[in-house]
Design a binder for this molecule. Structure first.
Ligand SMILES: Cc1cc2nc3c(=O)[nH]c(=O)nc-3n(C[C@H](O)[C@H](O)[C@H](O)COP(=O)(O)O)c2cc1C
Length: 316
């Protein structure tokens, strides 16, 4: 795919390959790592506007950022334009340059609350949310799915509504809510989104390799792509997309990731937080299940590092 800089509202990106919001994963450490491998933007996981207004401690950790993030991007969810505008005016969100709105989360709790992908059936409300948020003067982007159920696509009407609300960029995850995270992304629907609006359209879904990225951009004409699970398993995919040859030393990457988390969290929290990520880093390695079992019993990062060191050194 062709790399290019994008103008999105008030910001200009260095390229058009971004890290997706990923609940439980796209924390400051993962964002730093992906940015260092070449990601043009990296988004926090979705945070609840209600939670922000009621000063939920947990959201502060989710919104922790470092200077590695030159352009800071947060994702929010909610369904009340006024509540959402008040939330993004809070000091916690003040440091963010880009606010992305979630119109795609398929989880029952969110959906039944009329948030995330439930809004796909309410283009007027989605438009109102965007126009209300735009009053902040910030760059406002949106991430959506192509519909709630297969065959009932809302893409064209929905992107037009978002554009009328003043949105600055739209990421289209080419799956419906009922597909959750499986199945081929629907390239035609993303193509339709690209044709329907003037703002940059970013394609998302099923990109795990340079070939997948080429296929996605060739088939959709999208202005850029957003990596999700592909980046969690192989954050160096960003470098590959930038045309750089990468020699990956997984042991060093794992140590670096742990050290980054330790700059903000206490050691036992880091040990617990890192468990889910290590599964992805060691996916496909011979003996990974045994290592995973060992690590899940460990309560400090020194022990995890020793186990990881022995695992990878033993392979040499
Ligand atoms: C564990 C997990 C957490 C996710 N959290 C979010 C989120 O907070 N906000 C969001 O817009 N999408 C979220 N997504 C969806 C991804 O951003 C992305 O749209 C989806 O995984 C499709 O891309 P992929 O096929 O490349 O993984 C999540 C996906 C996964 C697997």
């Amino acid at each position: 795919m062709k790399l290019k800089s994008l103008k999105i509202g008030n910001i200009v990106t260095k390229n058009n390959i971004f890290l997706a919001p990923l609940a439980g994963f796209s924390d400051f450490a993962m964002r730093s790592i992906c940015l260092s491998y070449g990601a043009g933007l990296a988004f926090t996981e979705m945070v609840s506007c209600e939670g922000l207004l009621y000063n939920n401690e947990n959201t502060n950790d989710l919104l922790y950022t470092t200077d590695d993030e030159k352009i800071k991007c947060a994702q929010i969810f909610g369904n009340d334009p006024d509540v959402m505008r008040r939330a993004i005016e809070l000091p916690t969100l003040d440091k963010f340059d880009v606010i992305d709105v979630n119109f795609g989360c398929p989880m029952p709790k969110i959906f039944q609350n009329g948030e995330g992908s439930a809004l796909l059936d309410k283009p007027h409300l989605a438009q109102k949310i965007i126009s209300e948020l735009k009053k902040s003067g910030k760059t406002i982007t949106a991430k959506m799915r192509i519909g709630i159920t297969r065959g009932n696509y809302v893409t064209e009407d929905f992107v037009k509504a978002l554009e009328q609300g003043g949105v600055d960029m739209i990421t289209v995850h080419g799956r419906t809510r009922d597909m959750i995270y499986s199945g081929e992304p629907n390239y035609d629907e993303i193509y339709k989104a690209k044709r329907a609006v003037k703002v940059p359209v970013i394609a998302n879904g099923g990109i795990f390799s340079v070939e997948d990225a080429d296929k996605m951009t060739d088939n959709t004409g999208a202005d850029g792509i957003m990596l999700a699970r592909g980046a969690l398993e192989r954050p160096w995919l960003f470098s590959e997309l930038c045309g750089k040859e990468v020699e990956v030393d997984k042991k060093s990457l794992i140590y670096r990731h742990i050290d980054l988390l330790n700059t903000h969290f206490d050691d036992s929290t880091t040990a617990v937080l890192f468990r889910k990520q290590i599964c992805l880093y060691i996916k496909g390695e011979v003996g990974n299940v045994k290592l995973k079992d060992k690590i899940f019993k460990m309560k400090n990062t020194a022990d995890i590092k020793t186990a990881v060191g022995e695992f990878f050194d033993g392979k040499r």
